[in-house]
Design a protein around this ligand. Sequence first.
Ligand SMILES: C[S@@+](CC[C@H](N)C(=O)[O-])C[C@H]1O[C@@H](n2cnc3c(N)ncnc32)[C@H](O)[C@@H]1O
Length: 558
Amino acid sequence: MEYRKNDIVTLKIEDCGIDGEGIGKADGFTVFVKDAVIGDTVRAKIMKAKKNYGYGRLEEIITPSPDRVEPKCQFARQCGGCQLQALSYEKQLEFKTSKVRGHLERIGGFTDIPMEKILGMDQPFHYRNKAQFPVGKSKDGRIITGFYAGRTHSIIENRDCALGVTRNKEVLDRVIAHMEKFHIQPYDENTGKGLVRHVLIRYGFFTDEMMVCLIINGEKLPGEEALVKSLRQIPEAVSVMVNVNKKRNNVILGEKVRLLWGQPYITDKIGEISYQISPLSFFQVNPYQTGRLYGKALEYAQLSGNETVWDLYCGIGTISLFLAQKAKMVRGVEIIPAAIENAKENACLNGFDNTEFFVGKAEEVLPEQFARTGERADVIVVDPPRKGCDETLLSTIIEMQPDRVVYVSCDSATLARDLKYLCERGYELKKVCPVDMFPNTVSVETVVLLSHKKPDGHINVKVEFGEGEGKVPLDNIAKRAEEYKPKERVTYKMIKEYIEAKYGFKVHTAYIAEVKRDLGLPMYDALNAVEELKKPRKHPTAEKVEAIKDALKHFEVI
Ligand SMILES: C[S@@+](CC[C@H](N)C(=O)[O-])C[C@H]1O[C@@H](n2cnc3c(N)ncnc32)[C@H](O)[C@@H]1O
């Protein structure tokens, strides 16, 4: 049956989408319902309808799922941060495990997946060591801070997020009081006017050191000394900074930082290793789980002390130093120069002399170094951003033939794509362990061990097809051929329709092509492609990039 906009449907929710939305069917018509969880029976109003599927707004929970729980945060439904707070933690872990498994099966083509039990948390709240609160104004003109409502830039006022540290509230109270006292205006995205854009707070869970950094649309903040005086009353404060961002875009941090008081970093520990973390550094946000994640990477690396290891996409050297405890030599590569400075400092701070760090793109540094020295690696660890590894890098790994590859991933779709590449060229999937770094959200981290298949000789096998003893039945071949049949081609039109239905905006073909290119997906030459563009090409906004990636995931392209 086909449904139209504004129709009301009753559904049993049977599945969970990649963004945590409930999925159910009404007379064969699939409906995605935000805020519905598996096991609920709900009434939903169709907001967008396509031929076979639509998007519904939750109107009523007729029978709640046995796995439904009361969200800890009163803003859980409006806020874009926690998509799964209404689902029991046990079921969240099941959802994440099946998300990873699904990607490995569908995108990677793996069948027997050596999956370990997901590493979850005992207390899945107040785990974030970093928070970035946007600052704005309420309808009645008050200065407010909180979080953006899902897929919008309107602020839900909340100084007490259930995922952040409880100290955040005191910092925000003091910053807002300072802004009111000195008549400082929050930044307005629409006009580009106003000063304070965000408040960034970082907290060292194992050292109790706190950094407060105000991101401002200017060089100076009125009453800087008074602000420092106020924030210093918080016993954990060790650093007060400003970050200058005058650009009119969605990127939170600018490049320039200025110290107002204290030290330009906080220190925190993971296991036995100390790290200095500055406002711009990438550092995992869940320190409890980070130790377990890195511990798993170290376990998979199987180091005895004689190995040469590369840690690619190394950030401030977090995994590198963990590995350096047990390896002969660790070489890290990272694109951000400041992070490499931190990595070197962190190596000194912890007394390691068996590390070396390179600034640059992993896909350029590794082939260059391999060509220059010819030295192979015993183990290669990769921890790329969501888009996964560049193909040049993967082909260099194949050439270098390390015994083991440990892949740490924050996006199981691109992970599956990259594993397929490596496993088609001599590697074997040995272990997969999902780690819940972000409870109550749909994200999941995964650690994977691949080992190199070393042929120890050749045997000749004679195969006879047909029926009868010792013969391979032709049915099996037909079955396998069916499995390998190419999937329906996903067209740009399908992607555009999906995005318009789900997000309510249109995306240009060129934008889809750009995202595909960035993800390293195969591109086909357009017949009408021109060599030079008359006008420089515009790029999609972050919101459109996310929508396109979502559509590519939906159609299982990634
Ligand atoms: C997911 S983070 C991992 C950082 C680190 N391993 C950790 O656990 O803290 C990915 C890192 O890759 C860096 N990066 C992004 N593209 C890169 C590239 N092409 N080559 C090297 N590093 C890159 C980012 O700056 C970021 O620090």
